[in-house]
Ligand binder design. Structure first.
Ligand code: THU
Length: 133
């Protein structure tokens, strides 16, 4: 199983490739799938601003495209103070494929700075059991 430091290295590398000409705010993400593989992503902005995608979103999409359906851990990195946190939409995206105790690591270029559970950051996600029937 890769170490959390491997997630950091992958997310940092993905962040280098982020396309953020409008906000200038580059974000990288790395997801550890339950198959032991790391999937990375970065934010991809668009001149039509709402068309932009978040780093977490693209990392999760890469995991799904590889037919993996469970997130063991996720790390997000940006160069910001305060430290980046996943946006609300990305927390919901993470919740789709994770458990309440799944670890979320937050980092900046100096290293991994904070660790939360998904429940810490999203105490109550949107759920609709009836949609799953
Ligand atoms: N962004 C992410 O990639 N992930 C988040 O969780 C928060 C925000 C990106 C979207 C946009 O390209 C830039 O950061 C500024 O909002």
């Amino acid at each position: 199983m890769p170490a959390i430091q491997d997630l950091y290295v992958q997310a940092r590398a993905a962040r280098e490739n982020a396309y953020a000409p409008y906000s200038k705010f580059k974000v990288g993400a790395a997801v550890l799938g339950d198959n032991g593989k790391i999937y990375r992503g970065c934010n991809v902005e668009n001149i039509s601003y709402p068309c932009g995608t978040c780093a977490e979103e693209s990392a999760i999409a890469a995991m799904i495209a590889d037919n993996t359906r469970h997130i063991e851990a996720i790390l997000i990195i940006a160069d910001s103070k305060p430290l980046i946190r996943p946006c609300g939409a990305c927390l919901q995206r993470i919740a789709e494929f994770a458990l309440s105790h799944t670890r979320i690591y937050l980092a900046d270029p100096e290293g991994i700075k904070q660790e939360f559970s998904l429940k810490d950051l999203l105490p109550s996600e949107f759920k609709a059991e009836e949609l799953c029937k």
